[in-house]
Design a protein around this ligand. Sequence first.
Ligand SMILES: *Cc1c(COP(=O)(O)O)cnc(C)c1O
Length: 396
Amino acid sequence: MSSIYRKSFFDMPKNIIYLDGNSLGPLLKGITEESERVINKEWGEKLIKGWNESHWMDQPVRVGNKLARILKAEDGSIILGETLSLKLYQALGAALDLNNERKVILTDSGNFPSDLYIAKGLIDTLNRNLELRIVKPEEVESSINEDVAVVMLTQVDYRTGRIHDLELITKKSHASGAVMLWDLAHSAGALPVNLEKSNCDFAVGCTYKYLNGGPGAPGFIYVRPDLIKKCSPTIKGWLGHKAPFAFEKEFRKAETIDVMRVGTPSVIQMSILEKALDIWDNIEMSDLREKTIELSEIFICEMEKKCPQIKLASPRNSELRGSQVSFFFDDGYAVIQALIDEGVIGDFRAPNIMRFGITPLYINEDDILNAVTCLERILRQDLWKKDKFTKKKAVT
Ligand SMILES: *Cc1c(COP(=O)(O)O)cnc(C)c1O
């Protein structure tokens, strides 16, 4: 196995152990120069001509193809744009439309709130007696039945890191006639994913977490190639039109993945992502996964030894755990604030989860050992009880 560790590719503050790449990936070297180039040389000098001369209009598909190599998807099956929440709305709308005799969207209680809100909002808008059925994660498989129109799941639970078996659940969904929609927010850039082999119908995700696209980086949507022509877009924006520059009065849908476009793409942000994806060119996802598991095991074992009062919230079996390790602790918010104060950055998810992203591109064994030593000292000396750590900030 070649080394996965590439800290020298990143531009990160010194003396920080960054265990929050699951929320916001760090800045890669070369990004500052690239965004300056796009701003000055493309926007600044070319002005409106940039759409053609700098190929801004093709960028969402071009970057989609770059992402397709990481997710092992077919060329022309992924497009970037807007945010994950909006891409989920589009995917769910199209999925429901493909299975419009059935009434149930099946999901689990570990799903991210935005995904649940989006589904409920769409149900209200469509107003045709659809039901959002929320079961426990371990009950998903047994709940797939002939009522279910769409199985909508996030592969890796944002709180605990528990993984769903993407290929197995897709197979079960298809066997019962349901459309499969995966949210890969915590999978893309973290786990080996093979969208083509999985045969799933739709997938969505974001690019600012493990893909290091920067705050506000665009969301993505995957549509299995044979479904693209059958899909009707829930949001009919002008760029999803077959001929946007014909400016026709009636909407005619594009017959390519462009059908999932809405409006003008965020060129500068997407240029940053396009450049950030270069790092994946020479990375085998299976090597990355192996290293993630190795580091996570060290983390958990050290925590069991040094901080036994903190209980593991993630699955103990590494095969069932994504790229994060979480622990239950009622005062977790204050503990995380105290850790951040010492340069160890993790995060907290209400009501009682401390979360640590294990990202082997820029985290190594020393970082893990030092993080646990720091946490042990914070607990032993009750450092987290200081007032300044217990007051909640707006973003946790
Ligand atoms: C991070 C995350 C989101 C966030 O959606 P945005 O629209 O990008 O803000 C949604 N769903 C899941 C499962 C996530 O992990």
